[in-house]
Design a protein around this ligand. Structure first.
Ligand code: AMP
Length: 228
């Protein structure tokens, strides 16, 4: 992405947006197109919870309440992930940064790994639609394909179409009550970061209320234009 500096490459795309905006879905679609690796702090935290690590034990209750996990824990798991070799070609940050402290720490963290932010895209959505979008979500436990009760139901109930038979799972925090807390956390702590990236001249906005392929097309065009 963009021109290299002497020590870092602008090979990081930040996706901003409230829960349900489609950051994860769009990040997965963009991975191949841009040759970058999706890196979701939510996924990393859920893995830590499943594995019962110290970070996972501390994060579990906070995530179930829809609040933000401490910056220290998030920075630690992200740093660990960036040490793995597959991310060297660049990453799509999905769900990070979420606080101004994380945004401040991001540049130094990336510089240590020879990376820098080339673009930040804010997915703009209508809050009222987010509760419905998030409450109906399900994911294949085997291949990670995403589904939605209303917008993208599987052919057979609770069964993945893509990997033919994988069971679908639902996140503990994808319920109406927790989504409202997550939306509040987004507006209080994360939405101000839109200005942070705008001030740095790397922000673009994409309307994320339409069908998934249409949003993917707009997002692809925006990223291409930023790189040219
Ligand atoms: P997500 O999968 O991005 O929707 O994140 C699920 C939950 O993980 C959030 O509601 C937070 O509790 C936690 N989380 C994920 N990323 C972060 C982050 N960057 N900072 C703080 N908490 C996070």
């Amino acid at each position: 992405m963009g021109a290299d500096t002497t020590t870092t490459a602008s090979n990081v795309l930040v996706l901003l947006g409230p829960p349900g905006a489609g950051k994860g879905t769009q990040a997965r679609l963009l991975e191949e197109q841009l040759g970058l690796v999706q890196l979701s702090t939510g996924d990393l935290l859920r893995a830590a919870v499943r594995d019962g690590t110290a970070a996972g034990l501390a994060a579990d209750k906070v995530m179930k309440a829809g609040d933000l996990v401490s910056d220290a824990i998030v920075m630690e798991i992200l740093e660990e992930r960036l040490e793995q070799s597959d991310v060297a070609r660049g990453v799509i940050l999905d769900g990070f940064p979420r606080t101004s402290a994380q945004a401040e720490a991001l540049d130094a963290l990336l510089a240590r790994h020879g990376m820098s932010v080339g673009a930040a895209v804010a997915l703009t959505v209508d809050d009222n639609a987010m509760v419905e979008r998030v409450s109906g979500r399900a994911t294949c436990a085997i291949c990670g394909e995403g589904y939605h009760d209303q917008f993208k139901p599987p052919a057979k109930p609770d069964t993945c179409d893509v990997c033919d038979g994988g069971p679908l799972t639902r996140r503990a925090d994808d319920n109406a009550q927790t989504v409202i807390a997550r939306l509040q956390a987004y507006h209080a702590q994360t939405a101000p970061l839109i200005d942070h990236f705008e001030n740095r001249g790397v922000l673009r906005r994409v309307d994320a209320m339409g069908p998934i392929p249409e949003i993917a097309g707009s997002l692809g065009n925006v990223v291409k234009a930023l790189n040219s």
